[in-house]
Design a protein around this ligand. Sequence first.
Ligand code: ZN
Length: 141
Amino acid sequence: MVHLEGRCLCGAVTVSADAQKPMLRACHCDMCRRQNSSAFVSIATNPQSVEIDGPVKVYRSSEWAERGFCPECGSTLYYAALHDGVKQLAAGLFDNAGGAPLKLEFFVDRCPQGYAFAGDHKRLTTADTIALFAPKEGEDQ
Ligand SMILES: [Zn+2]
């Protein structure tokens, strides 16, 4: 188990979480890129262990998700799907991105042509990503 402690740019918000084996995921969707300039890179942590202290402003970015940010400095804090409320913390809050390796890219076909993430990890297209998160038939949302 790894204990991670991070903070926003101005330090008004501090975050902490535990992770069995921290790993990074990058999302290239249009909303993440518009908010974060490039891909939104989040770190996978134990959801129940996430603690956020300080002022947080929440922006409801779609019918299914919201995004938390620091109202003082604007740092991205997390992405959370409304159906489970799990906060996917921004990797940039942690020194060296928590020392975690990049394991997954979402919406990789939405990545601008001018750059790409190197490395041998899983890359999901828009269709792959939607299939992964769409509710299965007969399942409650
Ligand atoms: Zn801040």
